[in-house]
Ligand binder design. Structure first.
Ligand code: PLP
Length: 401
Protein backbone atom coordinates (compact mmCIF):
# COMPACT_ATOMS: atom_id res chain seq x y z
CA UNK A 1 0.00 0.00 0.00
CA UNK A 2 1.20 3.51 -0.81
CA UNK A 3 2.42 5.36 2.28
CA UNK A 4 0.04 8.10 3.39
CA UNK A 5 1.24 11.53 2.37
CA UNK A 6 1.61 14.28 4.94
CA UNK A 7 1.62 17.58 3.15
CA UNK A 8 1.12 20.68 5.27
CA UNK A 9 -0.17 23.67 3.30
CA UNK A 10 -1.59 25.72 6.15
CA UNK A 11 1.37 27.84 7.23
CA UNK A 12 -0.82 30.94 7.67
CA UNK A 13 -2.66 29.09 10.45
CA UNK A 14 0.56 28.14 12.14
CA UNK A 15 4.07 26.93 11.33
CA UNK A 16 6.01 24.06 12.88
CA UNK A 17 8.43 25.15 15.57
CA UNK A 18 11.94 25.20 14.12
CA UNK A 19 14.08 22.38 15.54
CA UNK A 20 16.93 24.79 16.25
CA UNK A 21 14.60 27.15 18.08
CA UNK A 22 13.04 24.28 20.06
CA UNK A 23 16.49 23.14 21.14
CA UNK A 24 17.49 26.59 22.35
CA UNK A 25 14.16 26.98 24.19
CA UNK A 26 14.51 23.64 25.96
CA UNK A 27 17.19 24.74 28.40
CA UNK A 28 15.05 27.71 29.48
CA UNK A 29 12.42 25.27 30.76
CA UNK A 30 14.78 23.05 32.70
CA UNK A 31 18.09 24.81 33.41
CA UNK A 32 17.70 28.56 33.14
CA UNK A 33 14.21 28.38 34.64
CA UNK A 34 14.34 31.42 36.91
CA UNK A 35 11.73 34.14 37.16
CA UNK A 36 13.13 37.07 35.20
CA UNK A 37 12.10 39.37 38.06
CA UNK A 38 13.97 37.47 40.78
CA UNK A 39 17.01 39.04 42.43
CA UNK A 40 19.41 36.10 42.23
CA UNK A 41 21.53 34.34 39.66
CA UNK A 42 18.64 32.26 38.28
CA UNK A 43 16.63 35.43 37.86
CA UNK A 44 19.53 37.32 36.33
CA UNK A 45 20.20 34.58 33.79
CA UNK A 46 16.55 34.65 32.77
CA UNK A 47 16.64 38.46 32.57
CA UNK A 48 19.66 38.36 30.29
CA UNK A 49 17.84 35.94 27.98
CA UNK A 50 14.78 38.19 27.85
CA UNK A 51 16.91 41.28 27.15
CA UNK A 52 18.57 39.44 24.28
CA UNK A 53 15.20 38.27 22.89
CA UNK A 54 13.79 41.79 23.08
CA UNK A 55 16.78 43.07 21.14
CA UNK A 56 16.33 40.39 18.49
CA UNK A 57 12.68 41.34 17.99
CA UNK A 58 13.49 45.07 17.94
CA UNK A 59 16.28 44.62 15.40
CA UNK A 60 14.04 42.64 13.06
CA UNK A 61 11.58 45.53 12.69
CA UNK A 62 13.92 48.51 13.02
CA UNK A 63 12.74 49.40 16.53
CA UNK A 64 14.52 50.07 19.82
CA UNK A 65 14.44 47.32 22.44
CA UNK A 66 12.66 49.74 24.79
CA UNK A 67 9.76 49.86 22.30
CA UNK A 68 9.07 46.08 22.37
CA UNK A 69 6.64 44.49 24.84
CA UNK A 70 6.15 40.73 24.99
CA UNK A 71 2.55 39.50 24.98
CA UNK A 72 0.75 36.16 25.04
CA UNK A 73 0.41 36.17 21.23
CA UNK A 74 -0.91 38.23 18.35
CA UNK A 75 -4.43 38.37 19.73
CA UNK A 76 -3.28 39.95 22.97
CA UNK A 77 -1.03 42.41 21.14
CA UNK A 78 -3.99 43.52 18.96
CA UNK A 79 -6.36 43.76 21.94
CA UNK A 80 -3.82 45.78 23.91
CA UNK A 81 -3.06 48.20 21.06
CA UNK A 82 -6.73 48.90 20.34
CA UNK A 83 -8.25 48.90 23.80
CA UNK A 84 -5.18 50.52 25.35
CA UNK A 85 -5.20 53.37 22.83
CA UNK A 86 -8.98 53.77 23.06
CA UNK A 87 -9.01 53.99 26.86
CA UNK A 88 -6.00 56.30 27.01
CA UNK A 89 -7.39 58.72 24.41
CA UNK A 90 -10.83 58.72 25.97
CA UNK A 91 -9.37 59.50 29.38
CA UNK A 92 -7.61 62.50 27.82
CA UNK A 93 -10.88 63.65 26.28
CA UNK A 94 -9.48 63.24 22.77
CA UNK A 95 -12.55 61.51 21.33
CA UNK A 96 -14.01 58.07 20.86
CA UNK A 97 -13.95 57.30 17.15
CA UNK A 98 -11.86 54.44 15.72
CA UNK A 99 -11.24 53.52 12.08
CA UNK A 100 -10.42 50.01 10.95
CA UNK A 101 -11.25 47.86 7.90
CA UNK A 102 -13.85 45.24 7.09
CA UNK A 103 -11.20 42.58 6.50
CA UNK A 104 -9.34 42.65 9.81
CA UNK A 105 -8.60 39.51 11.74
CA UNK A 106 -11.12 38.90 14.57
CA UNK A 107 -8.45 39.94 17.10
CA UNK A 108 -8.83 43.49 15.78
CA UNK A 109 -12.38 43.38 14.43
CA UNK A 110 -13.96 41.92 17.55
CA UNK A 111 -11.94 44.24 19.80
CA UNK A 112 -13.50 47.14 17.91
CA UNK A 113 -16.96 45.56 18.14
CA UNK A 114 -16.52 45.16 21.89
CA UNK A 115 -15.51 48.82 22.25
CA UNK A 116 -18.72 49.81 20.46
CA UNK A 117 -20.64 48.31 23.38
CA UNK A 118 -18.85 50.76 25.66
CA UNK A 119 -19.61 53.92 23.75
CA UNK A 120 -16.86 54.02 21.14
CA UNK A 121 -17.82 54.55 17.52
CA UNK A 122 -16.11 52.54 14.81
CA UNK A 123 -15.92 53.01 11.05
CA UNK A 124 -15.15 49.79 9.15
CA UNK A 125 -13.57 50.78 5.83
CA UNK A 126 -14.46 49.02 2.59
CA UNK A 127 -11.71 47.45 0.52
CA UNK A 128 -11.45 47.11 -3.26
CA UNK A 129 -11.79 43.86 -5.24
CA UNK A 130 -8.24 42.82 -4.33
CA UNK A 131 -8.59 43.70 -0.66
CA UNK A 132 -6.78 47.05 -0.61
CA UNK A 133 -7.74 49.85 1.76
CA UNK A 134 -7.40 53.22 0.01
CA UNK A 135 -5.93 56.33 1.58
CA UNK A 136 -8.76 58.35 0.02
CA UNK A 137 -11.35 56.27 1.90
CA UNK A 138 -9.36 56.61 5.09
CA UNK A 139 -9.10 60.37 4.65
CA UNK A 140 -12.88 60.62 4.13
CA UNK A 141 -13.61 58.59 7.27
CA UNK A 142 -11.48 60.75 9.59
CA UNK A 143 -13.41 62.93 12.03
CA UNK A 144 -12.43 65.49 14.65
CA UNK A 145 -12.91 62.86 17.35
CA UNK A 146 -10.94 60.05 15.60
CA UNK A 147 -8.35 58.68 18.00
CA UNK A 148 -7.02 55.54 16.33
CA UNK A 149 -6.62 53.91 12.92
CA UNK A 150 -5.90 50.15 12.82
CA UNK A 151 -5.26 48.51 9.45
CA UNK A 152 -3.69 45.10 9.04
CA UNK A 153 -0.30 44.81 7.33
CA UNK A 154 -1.23 41.71 5.32
CA UNK A 155 -4.48 39.80 5.19
CA UNK A 156 -4.51 36.27 6.60
CA UNK A 157 -6.96 34.87 4.03
CA UNK A 158 -5.99 36.41 0.70
CA UNK A 159 -2.46 37.67 1.45
CA UNK A 160 -3.05 41.26 0.31
CA UNK A 161 -0.36 43.62 1.64
CA UNK A 162 -1.83 47.00 2.55
CA UNK A 163 -0.14 50.35 1.74
CA UNK A 164 0.76 50.88 5.40
CA UNK A 165 3.19 53.78 4.96
CA UNK A 166 0.63 55.82 3.00
CA UNK A 167 -2.17 55.02 5.42
CA UNK A 168 -0.06 55.89 8.47
CA UNK A 169 0.85 59.20 6.79
CA UNK A 170 -2.83 60.08 6.42
CA UNK A 171 -3.52 59.28 10.09
CA UNK A 172 -0.51 61.29 11.27
CA UNK A 173 -1.48 64.31 9.18
CA UNK A 174 -4.48 64.45 11.51
CA UNK A 175 -2.50 63.63 14.65
CA UNK A 176 -4.15 60.20 14.99
CA UNK A 177 -2.41 57.06 16.30
CA UNK A 178 -1.82 54.30 13.76
CA UNK A 179 -1.68 50.58 14.63
CA UNK A 180 -1.03 47.70 12.26
CA UNK A 181 -1.62 44.00 12.83
CA UNK A 182 1.51 42.55 11.23
CA UNK A 183 0.93 39.00 12.47
CA UNK A 184 0.93 37.54 8.94
CA UNK A 185 3.62 39.86 7.61
CA UNK A 186 6.29 39.71 10.31
CA UNK A 187 9.06 37.27 9.52
CA UNK A 188 7.80 36.93 5.98
CA UNK A 189 8.28 40.38 4.44
CA UNK A 190 10.59 43.24 5.44
CA UNK A 191 9.27 45.61 8.09
CA UNK A 192 10.87 48.81 9.30
CA UNK A 193 8.64 50.60 11.78
CA UNK A 194 10.53 53.89 11.48
CA UNK A 195 10.28 53.89 7.71
CA UNK A 196 6.59 52.94 7.84
CA UNK A 197 5.88 55.51 10.53
CA UNK A 198 3.53 53.30 12.53
CA UNK A 199 2.89 53.94 16.22
CA UNK A 200 2.05 50.35 17.16
CA UNK A 201 2.59 46.99 15.49
CA UNK A 202 1.58 43.46 16.55
CA UNK A 203 3.40 40.24 15.72
CA UNK A 204 3.16 36.59 16.76
CA UNK A 205 5.81 33.86 17.15
CA UNK A 206 4.00 30.87 15.70
CA UNK A 207 3.64 32.38 12.22
CA UNK A 208 7.39 32.25 11.53
CA UNK A 209 8.51 28.90 12.96
CA UNK A 210 8.56 30.19 16.53
CA UNK A 211 6.50 29.09 19.54
CA UNK A 212 2.76 29.58 20.03
CA UNK A 213 1.35 31.77 22.79
CA UNK A 214 3.97 34.50 22.51
CA UNK A 215 3.88 37.69 20.53
CA UNK A 216 5.01 41.25 20.81
CA UNK A 217 3.57 44.71 20.59
CA UNK A 218 5.80 47.50 19.32
CA UNK A 219 4.82 50.80 20.91
CA UNK A 220 6.76 53.74 19.52
CA UNK A 221 8.75 55.62 22.17
CA UNK A 222 6.69 58.52 23.47
CA UNK A 223 3.33 56.87 22.72
CA UNK A 224 1.39 56.09 25.87
CA UNK A 225 -1.50 53.64 25.96
CA UNK A 226 -3.49 52.15 28.85
CA UNK A 227 -2.49 48.73 30.19
CA UNK A 228 -4.54 45.70 29.20
CA UNK A 229 -3.16 43.29 31.82
CA UNK A 230 -2.70 45.00 35.15
CA UNK A 231 -0.55 43.15 37.64
CA UNK A 232 3.11 43.15 38.57
CA UNK A 233 5.88 45.32 37.24
CA UNK A 234 6.82 43.08 34.32
CA UNK A 235 7.44 44.52 30.84
CA UNK A 236 8.55 47.83 32.33
CA UNK A 237 5.32 47.89 34.37
CA UNK A 238 3.16 47.88 31.25
CA UNK A 239 2.03 44.24 31.18
CA UNK A 240 1.61 42.24 34.36
CA UNK A 241 2.35 38.51 34.47
CA UNK A 242 5.48 36.40 34.89
CA UNK A 243 7.47 36.57 31.67
CA UNK A 244 7.34 33.40 29.59
CA UNK A 245 11.11 33.22 29.26
CA UNK A 246 11.43 30.11 27.02
CA UNK A 247 8.79 31.48 24.65
CA UNK A 248 10.39 34.94 24.57
CA UNK A 249 13.73 33.30 23.77
CA UNK A 250 12.03 31.23 21.05
CA UNK A 251 10.33 34.30 19.58
CA UNK A 252 13.65 36.16 19.47
CA UNK A 253 15.52 33.29 17.84
CA UNK A 254 12.72 32.60 15.34
CA UNK A 255 12.40 36.20 14.18
CA UNK A 256 16.18 36.58 13.95
CA UNK A 257 16.35 33.49 11.72
CA UNK A 258 13.33 34.56 9.65
CA UNK A 259 14.87 37.98 9.10
CA UNK A 260 18.30 36.61 8.20
CA UNK A 261 16.78 34.19 5.66
CA UNK A 262 13.87 36.35 4.53
CA UNK A 263 14.84 36.78 0.88
CA UNK A 264 15.79 33.15 0.41
CA UNK A 265 12.63 31.89 2.16
CA UNK A 266 10.41 34.21 0.13
CA UNK A 267 12.01 32.93 -3.07
CA UNK A 268 11.36 29.31 -2.07
CA UNK A 269 7.73 29.73 -1.01
CA UNK A 270 6.74 32.08 -3.82
CA UNK A 271 8.14 29.65 -6.41
CA UNK A 272 6.01 26.87 -4.88
CA UNK A 273 2.97 29.11 -4.72
CA UNK A 274 3.41 30.28 -8.32
CA UNK A 275 3.78 26.69 -9.56
CA UNK A 276 0.58 25.80 -7.71
CA UNK A 277 -1.41 28.83 -8.91
CA UNK A 278 -0.37 28.22 -12.52
CA UNK A 279 -1.38 24.56 -12.20
CA UNK A 280 -4.80 25.28 -10.72
CA UNK A 281 -5.56 27.91 -13.36
CA UNK A 282 -4.54 25.53 -16.14
CA UNK A 283 -6.23 22.40 -14.86
CA UNK A 284 -9.46 23.49 -13.16
CA UNK A 285 -12.38 25.41 -14.61
CA UNK A 286 -14.86 27.68 -12.83
CA UNK A 287 -12.50 29.04 -10.27
CA UNK A 288 -11.70 32.39 -8.78
CA UNK A 289 -8.23 33.39 -7.60
CA UNK A 290 -8.85 35.64 -4.60
CA UNK A 291 -6.62 38.60 -3.84
CA UNK A 292 -4.25 40.54 -6.03
CA UNK A 293 -2.44 39.15 -9.08
CA UNK A 294 0.40 41.57 -8.30
CA UNK A 295 2.79 39.36 -6.38
CA UNK A 296 4.74 42.34 -5.06
CA UNK A 297 1.63 43.22 -3.05
CA UNK A 298 0.77 39.71 -1.91
CA UNK A 299 2.32 37.51 0.80
CA UNK A 300 4.79 35.20 -0.96
CA UNK A 301 3.24 31.99 0.37
CA UNK A 302 -0.48 32.66 -0.11
CA UNK A 303 -2.89 31.22 -2.69
CA UNK A 304 -6.64 31.48 -2.17
CA UNK A 305 -9.03 29.88 -4.63
CA UNK A 306 -12.80 29.64 -4.75
CA UNK A 307 -14.07 26.55 -6.56
CA UNK A 308 -17.54 27.24 -7.87
CA UNK A 309 -20.48 24.88 -7.26
CA UNK A 310 -18.86 22.95 -4.43
CA UNK A 311 -18.39 23.28 -0.69
CA UNK A 312 -15.01 24.25 0.71
CA UNK A 313 -15.49 21.90 3.65
CA UNK A 314 -15.99 18.91 1.33
CA UNK A 315 -12.84 19.83 -0.59
CA UNK A 316 -10.97 20.22 2.66
CA UNK A 317 -12.04 16.82 4.02
CA UNK A 318 -11.18 15.12 0.74
CA UNK A 319 -7.77 16.80 0.70
CA UNK A 320 -7.26 15.70 4.29
CA UNK A 321 -8.07 12.11 3.34
CA UNK A 322 -5.41 12.39 0.65
CA UNK A 323 -2.92 13.59 3.29
CA UNK A 324 -3.05 17.28 2.40
CA UNK A 325 -3.75 19.91 5.07
CA UNK A 326 -5.13 23.23 3.86
CA UNK A 327 -7.74 25.65 5.21
CA UNK A 328 -11.23 26.68 4.22
CA UNK A 329 -10.70 30.43 4.48
CA UNK A 330 -9.33 31.48 7.83
CA UNK A 331 -8.43 28.82 10.37
CA UNK A 332 -9.40 31.18 13.13
CA UNK A 333 -13.02 31.18 12.01
CA UNK A 334 -13.24 27.60 10.81
CA UNK A 335 -15.99 25.80 12.62
CA UNK A 336 -18.26 28.71 11.77
CA UNK A 337 -20.52 28.44 8.75
CA UNK A 338 -20.68 32.18 8.22
CA UNK A 339 -19.05 33.19 4.96
CA UNK A 340 -15.77 35.00 5.44
CA UNK A 341 -16.01 38.77 5.93
CA UNK A 342 -12.87 39.21 3.85
CA UNK A 343 -14.20 37.28 0.86
CA UNK A 344 -17.55 39.06 0.95
CA UNK A 345 -15.77 42.43 1.24
CA UNK A 346 -13.80 41.82 -1.97
CA UNK A 347 -17.02 40.97 -3.78
CA UNK A 348 -16.99 37.17 -3.80
CA UNK A 349 -20.65 36.05 -3.98
CA UNK A 350 -21.81 34.17 -0.85
CA UNK A 351 -22.23 30.86 -2.68
CA UNK A 352 -18.79 31.10 -4.24
CA UNK A 353 -17.18 32.19 -0.97
CA UNK A 354 -18.32 28.88 0.54
CA UNK A 355 -16.15 27.02 -1.95
CA UNK A 356 -12.93 28.71 -0.91
CA UNK A 357 -9.69 27.03 0.10
CA UNK A 358 -6.56 28.79 1.31
CA UNK A 359 -3.23 27.13 0.57
CA UNK A 360 -0.22 28.62 2.35
CA UNK A 361 3.21 27.22 1.59
CA UNK A 362 6.23 26.86 3.84
CA UNK A 363 9.96 26.41 3.48
CA UNK A 364 9.55 22.69 4.18
CA UNK A 365 7.33 22.13 1.11
CA UNK A 366 8.64 20.79 -2.20
CA UNK A 367 7.67 20.81 -5.88
CA UNK A 368 6.51 17.21 -5.39
CA UNK A 369 4.10 18.41 -2.70
CA UNK A 370 2.70 20.94 -5.15
CA UNK A 371 2.35 18.43 -7.96
CA UNK A 372 0.71 15.80 -5.77
CA UNK A 373 -1.69 18.40 -4.37
CA UNK A 374 -2.60 19.54 -7.88
CA UNK A 375 -3.20 15.97 -8.98
CA UNK A 376 -5.49 15.27 -6.01
CA UNK A 377 -7.25 18.62 -6.23
CA UNK A 378 -8.17 18.04 -9.87
CA UNK A 379 -9.65 14.64 -8.96
CA UNK A 380 -11.48 15.94 -5.88
CA UNK A 381 -13.00 18.95 -7.60
CA UNK A 382 -14.15 16.80 -10.55
CA UNK A 383 -15.67 14.18 -8.23
CA UNK A 384 -17.49 16.72 -6.05
CA UNK A 385 -18.79 18.60 -9.09
CA UNK A 386 -20.04 15.35 -10.55
CA UNK A 387 -22.20 14.97 -7.46
CA UNK A 388 -23.27 18.62 -7.45
CA UNK A 389 -26.69 19.25 -9.00
CA UNK A 390 -25.87 22.96 -8.99
CA UNK A 391 -22.88 22.31 -11.24
CA UNK A 392 -24.90 20.29 -13.71
CA UNK A 393 -27.61 22.95 -13.94
CA UNK A 394 -25.39 26.01 -14.16
CA UNK A 395 -22.27 24.99 -15.98
CA UNK A 396 -23.68 25.57 -19.43
CA UNK A 397 -24.27 29.24 -18.93
CA UNK A 398 -21.52 30.25 -16.49
CA UNK A 399 -18.02 31.50 -17.13
CA UNK A 400 -15.22 31.85 -14.61
CA UNK A 401 -16.22 34.46 -12.03
N1 PLP B 1 -3.86 38.68 13.35
C1 PLP B 1 -3.75 37.98 12.21
C2 PLP B 1 -3.72 38.69 10.90
C3 PLP B 1 -3.67 36.57 12.27
O1 PLP B 1 -3.56 35.87 11.14
C4 PLP B 1 -3.71 35.93 13.53
C5 PLP B 1 -3.69 34.46 13.63
O2 PLP B 1 -4.05 33.75 12.72
C6 PLP B 1 -3.81 36.72 14.69
C7 PLP B 1 -3.89 38.10 14.56
C8 PLP B 1 -3.84 36.11 16.06
O3 PLP B 1 -2.55 35.74 16.47
P1 PLP B 1 -2.36 34.65 17.61
O4 PLP B 1 -2.74 33.35 17.03
O5 PLP B 1 -0.90 34.72 17.96
O6 PLP B 1 -3.20 35.06 18.76
Amino acid sequence: MEKRKNIYLDHAATTPLSKEVAEIMQSYYTNVFGNANSQHSYGRDATIAVINAREQVAKSIGAKASEIYFTGGGTEADNWAIKGAALEMKSRGRGNHIITSKIEHPAVYNSCQQLEKYGFEVTYLDVDKDGFVSKENLEKAIRKDTILVSIMFANNEIGTIEPIRELAEVAHAHNILFHTDAVQAAGSIAIDVKDLGVDMLSLSGHKFYGPKGIGALYIRGGVKIEKLLTGGEQERAQRGGTTNVPAAVGLGEAIAAATANMEENAKVVSALRDRFVKGVKEKIEYIRYNGTEDNSKRLPNNASFSFQYIEGESILYSLDLAGISASSGSACSSGSLDPSRTLLSIGVPVGVAHGTIRFTFGTDNTNDDVDYTLEKLVEIVARLRNMSPLFKISKEDTKNV
